[in-house]
Design a protein around this ligand. Structure first.
Ligand code: URA
Length: 438
């Protein structure tokens, strides 16, 4: 669709009245906006109208396709392996991508994982990996194929030529309070993921106080929209709604999360992290035809965590991306704070998790989070939980380690008081995996 077909009034009028725009109108608009030829106020109006009025299935497919094709779309045809990825809406302590990508590669898939950085209360996969000394996530898209052939995994970041329309729209949404819209989130996430040239996509949509969209119903709506759109592009896709009412695993903070990921990759580590990796990995293997069904897929993922083959892929990928593989064997080579404070229970009771975002704010206070794009983070700071949801603890019992450099310690302790609670009654925890949406 060329610019001549751009009819701004017609497009915005249809959106305002809740009608489907003319076929091609959204594509023409996105092309003009990405080329800097649409007035800034029209981009704002477009985003605000989609936010307020929603978007039907066909227009949403058109929007996603236009955003995807605003930039480069990778293709791994002829690689001889299914091209697979997962996307998580993110949460506290969610480091599942680190063990999952190599586990999938160890089971015969190629995983060109393009991830984001942390912002606000959630951490980003790229930042976690960069806690490994020397690790570079600046992999040029021209180099993906060679690394997929050698290790099976690339951990890269979004480059300027991947979905530039999303970059433009997201920056505007961010400053105008238009982030939390199902069609805008769907097109944003999928325009980047589909640029990886995928055959299979597994989505992890979190619910709970630590999630991007806390309510189960809103998360289900997002999962449904993402599955429908990705499937519309011919990508075999499944979503799971998983629990972010408690942190994933026992660590929060970049270096500590790398260490915990290595434990998972060597058959150890917390059971919830392993369960999630096996669940999502099992789904991906079944969709990719590398397992007869997801039960067999789960079993295969578990085996390659236990037999060292997933760890071996991870180590080779770390090496390929310039990282110090010695740090995977010796955690003292990862960034560490000199000081660790242990918080004890101020009363006896059962462990509950309250406002999970408070963990994110506590990490931010210590210098381990990012308030603005471009802020630097300290990978060494963070928390190690010494208790789990529902544990009965006695007064004085150790609850959590704070790895700190003194900066923001008081503020972090205050926030932890909102995140980690002791009550007389035990909690009624919800399962790790709630609903499967296919
Ligand atoms: N993550 C994205 O990449 N885009 C959104 O719109 C929201 C979360």
């Amino acid at each position: 669709m060329d610019e001549a077909a751009l009819d701004l009034r017609g497009l915005l009028g249809a959106l305002r009245e809740g009608r489907a725009p003319e076929v091609g109108a959204i594509a023409a608009f996105v092309a003009a906006a990405s080329a800097g030829r649409a007035p800034a106020e029209s981009v704002g109006a477009f985003l605000a109208l989609v936010f307020a009025r929603g978007l039907g299935t066909e227009p949403l497919l058109e929007l996603t396709r236009a955003m995807l094709h605003s930039g480069r779309v990778l293709s791994f045809e002829g690689l001889g392996r299914p091209v697979v990825d997962k996307h998580s809406t993110g949460g506290i302590g969610d480091k599942a991508s680190l063990p999952l990508a190599p586990a999938l590669a160890a089971c015969g898939c190629a995983v060109p994982m393009i991830s984001g950085r942390g912002l606000g209360h959630t951490g980003g996969t790229l930042d976690k990996l960069e806690a490994i000394p020397g690790f570079s996530t600046a992999v040029h898209p021209d180099h993906y194929r060679a690394q997929l052939e050698s290790t099976g995994v690339v951990f890269g970041g979004q480059t300027a030529d991947i979905a530039p329309a999303d970059r433009l729209f997201y920056a505007l949404r961010d400053v105008t309070g238009l982030v939390e819209s199902i069609p805008l989130i769907t097109s944003s996430i999928l325009s980047k993921k589909l640029a990886e040239g995928l055959d299979v996509l597994v989505l992890d949509v979190k619910f709970g106080s630590g999630a991007f969209l806390p309510e189960v119903e809103r998360g289900a709506e997002l999962a449904r929209a993402m599955v429908d759109v990705a499937t519309g592009f011919g990508v075999r896709t499944v979503a799971w709604q998983t629990n972010m009412e408690r942190p994933l695993g026992r660590t929060i903070g970049h270096s500590l999360e790398v260490e915990e990921s290595v434990h998972c990759l060597t058959g150890r580590g917390p059971s919830d992290l392993r369960e999630l990796v096996c669940l999502l990995g099992g789904e991906a293997l079944a969709l990719a035809g590398r397992a007869a069904d997801n039960a067999e897929g789960r079993h295969r993922i578990a085996r390659c965590l236990d037999d060292g083959s997933a760890f071996e892929v991870f180590a080779r990928t770390v090496e390929a991306q310039g990282g110090d593989t010695g740090a995977l064997f010796d955690p003292s080579r990862l960034p560490r704070t000199r000081e660790v404070q242990v918080l004890g229970a101020d009363r006896g009771g059962y462990v509950h998790f309250g406002d999970l975002r408070a963990f994110g704010r506590a990490l931010l206070a210590l210098g381990g989070g990012r308030q603005r794009v471009g802020d630097t983070i300290d990978p060494a700071v963070g928390f190690r939980l010494l208790c789990a949801e529902g544990d009965a603890v006695a007064e004085g019992q150790s609850l959590i380690e704070i790895h700190h450099t003194r900066r923001g310690l008081e503020r972090a302790r205050e926030e932890l008081g909102r995140a980690l609670l002791l009550r007389d009654e035990p909690p009624v925890p919800r399962p790790l995996a709630l609903t499967r949406i296919a």
